[in-house]
Design a protein around this ligand. Structure first.
Ligand SMILES: Nc1ncnc2c1ncn2[C@@H]1O[C@H](COP(=O)(O)OP(=O)(O)OP(=O)(O)O)[C@@H](O)[C@H]1O
Length: 448
């Protein structure tokens, strides 16, 4: 392994061979580095258009990534700018991400999700990597199966630390700053609400969602449109295996009590109640875990990345990035407070509610009594990967709320807005349109 020493930092030293992955913001290629004994590397190429951080910030973070030294953290060897792209030269993990492995396994007829002994090992290793970040006072912010990488020997490394913080929607930069916030399905409720801020416990929530994702092959609300994911996460009970049509493992076996317990502990809505990585690692569920069957029964069957063409598998609706647009700290702090954290949000009682002013409006246009005394902000906008937007707007003074759903990039000004300034019938038709808008119809095929 070519650790240490100076790495070259020019494109000529990394002739790209094959595309091995496609994310929302980056394309990943395989290359070999002649100056480093021809070692195989993975190069993540990101358009600078998508990057919202200063080069100094990125330089410092890459420096930190380069210095990260843990068996469960992906190494970043060097980075440089080429034309309008940022190149990150990283350690090659031959089997790609857990998401990639699960997609391949499904295609081979091995079913959806991983067997429990495989995923328990992967979770334990990932948790060790996450603990390393947390011990250094860092938050990962984007823990998910797509960011857990595997090699052929069953080594597990957490990737993309810090990268999410650099990104913005490349859409309309003129109008507003769009801060990358996360991927709705994995986002903790407190990250969505942005009321009191959030801390490293947000990663523990994402870890719990990832546990379910590995178990069943997709995140609990992945089939719902992003706005719905936000509302469900905030309003409903925390997801669990019960959120799926059946709660069995891919081999038809029920998941262990230990697994259910880990998921329950991580997916507590109150971040303070969630355990730390250390507490989780001390749980007997993570006691003795072997990679043997993962390697022989799964990884041995999965092709090495770069040996097959990368297909742009369409994303499920709730699995694309989401941003919050804001005009300043004030708005961001209040964030999605405009999304009702409904008292009516019990299990199976999902309601499309948007709180506006001092009222809570239901999907049928009726009102549901006085909402909690919260400060509402003007114009909190969630922007999703497909360009669709939902603007939650409140006029606290007169109690009349307005919510707009808009489809991005339509019309000459770049936006097509659907306005509603309060009022029952208008509300009902707004929600009809809103429902249509968020059904996922706007998700383009091939949006990977
Ligand atoms: N170091 C690596 N070694 C091998 N394969 C990699 C490596 N990094 C990324 N990949 C592959 O490339 C794919 C795309 O990676 P990328 O980080 O751009 O997107 P993602 O994490 O899958 O999705 P998103 O853009 O939503 O974060 C991964 O799913 C993985 O299969």
């Amino acid at each position: 392994m070519p650790e240490g020493g100076d790495w070259p930092s020019c494109v000529e030293q990394f002739p790209l061979e094959k595309k091995i992955g496609q994310g929302a913001f980056a394309t990943v290629y395989k290359a070999h580095c002649p100056a480093k004994a021809n070692v195989a590397v993975a190069i993540k190429v990101m358009d600078l258009e998508n990057i919202n951080s200063s080069f100094e910030d990125i330089r410092q973070e890459v420096q930190m990534m380069r210095m990260s030294d843990h068996p469960n953290i992906l190494r970043c060897y060097c980075s440089f700018v080429h034309e309008c792209q940022l190149w990150l030269v990283m350690q090659m993990m031959e089997k790609g991400s857990c998401l990639h492995v699960m997609t391949q396994a499904k295609r081979m007829g091995m079913g959806e999700g991983m067997r429990e002994e495989w995923l328990a090992y992967i979770l334990k290793e990932s948790l060790q990597g996450l603990k390393y970040f947390h011990d250094q006072g860092q938050i990962h912010r984007d823990v998910k199966a797509g960011n857990i990488l595997l090699d052929g020997e069953g080594h597990v490394r957490l990737a993309d630390f810090g990268v999410s913080g650099w990104l913005i929607n490349s859409g309309d930069r003129r109008q507003t700053t769009k801060t990358f916030v996360g991927t709705p399905c994995w986002m903790a409720p407190e990250v969505m609400e942005q009321i009191d801020g959030y801390d490293y416990k947000a990663d523990i929530w994402s870890f719990g969602i990832t546990a379910l994702e590995l178990a069943k092959g997709y995140a609990p609300y992945a089939h719902f449109a992003p706005m719905k994911v936000l509302i469900m996460t905030i309003q409903q009970e925390a997801p669990s295996l019960k959120s799926y049509p059946d709660d069995k493992s891919v081999d038809g076996e029920p998941f262990s009590r230990g697994f259910r317990e880990i998921v329950r502990l991580c997916l507590q809505k109150d971040p303070k109640k969630r355990p730390t990585c250390t507490t989780l690692l001390n749980h007997k569920y993570f006691g003795k875990r072997s990679k043997d069957s993962l390697v022989s029964e799964l990884l041995a069957k999965v092709e090495t990345v770069g040996e097959q063409d990368v297909e742009n598998t369409p994303r499920l609706p709730g699995t694309g990035p989401a941003y919050v647009s804001h005009d300043g700290a004030e708005t961001l702090r209040a964030g999605a407070a405009g999304i009702a954290r409904g008292e009516g949000g019990g299990k199976g009682e999902y309601q499309d509610t948007v709180k506006a002013g001092k009222e809570e409006r239901l999907a049928d246009g009726s009102k549901k009594g006085p909402a909690a005394e919260e400060e509402f902000v003007r114009g909190t906008t969630w922007v999703f990967d497909d360009g669709s937007q939902v603007i939650l707007r409140a006029e606290a003074q007169d109690g009349k709320g307005a919510a707009e759903g808009s489809e991005g990039q339509k019309g000459t000004d770049g936006t097509k807005n659907r306005e509603n300034k309060g009022g029952g019938d208008d509300d009902a038709s707004f929600y009809d349109d809103f429902e249509k808008l968020t059904k996922g119809e706007n998700f383009k095929d091939g949006d990977a």
